[in-house]
Design a protein around this ligand. Structure first.
Ligand SMILES: Cc1cc2nc3c(=O)[nH]c(=O)nc-3n(C[C@H](O)[C@H](O)[C@H](O)COP(=O)(O)O)c2cc1C
Length: 345
């Protein structure tokens, strides 16, 4: 089935959910141009989630996607947290931050029964998950109220697993993609494939529609993905400079600079590998560190460094999430960008 029919949209384009970089405004704008707008909920508490969902419903009657992480929350490990803070101590000294006063905090909450209760009031057309799927019981609830279900696969094995769980479509996330890798069956990063390798293999092996994500930044990229068997595309990075995004000033500056040409997978900011523009923290600690606490606990100790640096106009300690191809980032309204992405369909 065509993606447009499956979701009730005009264009086979999903504006990728990007936690921390966008909310309802970008989702509404992308939807208004005929794409599927997405609301990322990984960093929203219940009140903020309700406010954002209400805002979308008030401004748009179009279908939209609501996105959640579905990791298993880790148990806190005091020794590891102390080791992590010790690694960061030279930076705390530089910025005059009292490491003992930094609160430990989760930072990101997975999809749970409370989120499901709230979501049920809104019954979005699509619900997408990152890091696998929630429990069978929660998934059943989402399916029962009629939302279509998506999740990201980063390998052929993950795509097959998701199909066996009954998802309605699979997002094939190439290693070029910005933000967190969605992998959930294996932590082995050497198993992660580029989109030109992953997409045709997945499209051949599963029956559900496959949505290509990673490095797609213009109309030619969209057409290339469709030629390789994609039923649609999910585009993230290209939307980050749109006025409707809430991308920070430091992040916008990095995306517009030469620095955007060098990204890497890093676990320093959250504890899970994610692709971002290489900055001071990544350069000095190495983009991957065994000292970083498990996802999402690493973020707590970074937060005050990030806040201080950003208040001085620096992105040295910020997660500057970006895919490998930032060449499509434009400071134009998201509806216009969406139409440009669709120009060769
Ligand atoms: C700033 C940023 C934040 C992201 N946050 C999320 C998220 O909250 N949930 C999710 O499923 N994917 C997230 N992603 C990954 C996207 O869904 C998608 O895989 C990626 O943007 C596609 O690659 P591209 O950035 O090269 O277009 C994020 C990506 C970026 C760039």
């Amino acid at each position: 089935m065509k993606l447009q029919e499956l979701f009730g949209i005009e264009l086979p384009i999903i504006q990728a959910p990007m936690a921390g970089a966008q909310g309802s405004a970008l989702a509404v704008a992308a939807s208004s141009a005929g794409a599927l707008g997405s609301l990322p909920c990984a960093m929203l508490g219940p009140d903020a989630m309700r406010a954002e969902l209400t805002a979308i419903r008030a401004q748009s009657r179009k279908p939209f996607n609501v996105n959640f992480f579905c990791h298993v929350p880790p148990t806190a490990d005091a020794a590891r947290e102390a080791a992590w803070r010790a690694v960061l101590s030279p930076y705390f000294r530089q910025y005059g931050i009292d490491a003992a006063a930094i609160p430990a905090g989760p930072g990101r909450t997975p999809f749970n029964a409370q989120a499901a209760d709230l979501l049920e009031e809104f019954k979005p057309a699509v619900v997408s998950f990152h890091f696998g799927l929630p429990s069978a019981g929660l998934l059943l609830r989402v399916r029962a109220w009629g939302s279509k279900i998506l999740s990201s696969a980063t390998t052929l094995e993950e795509a097959r697993w998701l199909e066996a769980q009954g998802v309605d479509a699979i997002i094939a996330q190439g290693v070029e993609a910005g933000g967190h890798r969605g992998h959930f069956l294996s932590d082995d990063l050497s198993a992660q494939l580029g989109i030109f390798a992953l997409l045709p293999q997945v499209a051949r092996q599963v029956k559900v529609p496959v949505i290509a994500a990673g490095g797609i930044a213009d109309a030619r990229g969209v057409a290339a993905a469709m030629a390789l068997g994609a039923a649609g595309v999910q585009v993230g990075t290209a939307y980050l400079l749109c006025p409707e995004a809430i991308t920070s000033a430091a992040h916008r500056a990095a995306l517009k600079s030469e620095a955007a040409r060098h990204t890497a997978l890093t676990n320093l900011f959250t504890g899970r590998p994610a692709r971002g523009i290489v900055n001071r923290l990544m350069r000095e600690l190495g983009p991957m560190s065994s000292a970083a606490p498990a996802f999402p606990l690493a973020s707590a100790a970074i937060a005050p460094l990030r806040a201080k640096a950003e208040s001085q106009g620096s992105g040295d300690f910020s997660p500057l999430w970006s895919g490998q191809n930032a060449s499509g980032c434009k400071e134009i309204p998201a509806a216009q960008l969406t139409r440009e992405l669709a120009a060769r369909l």
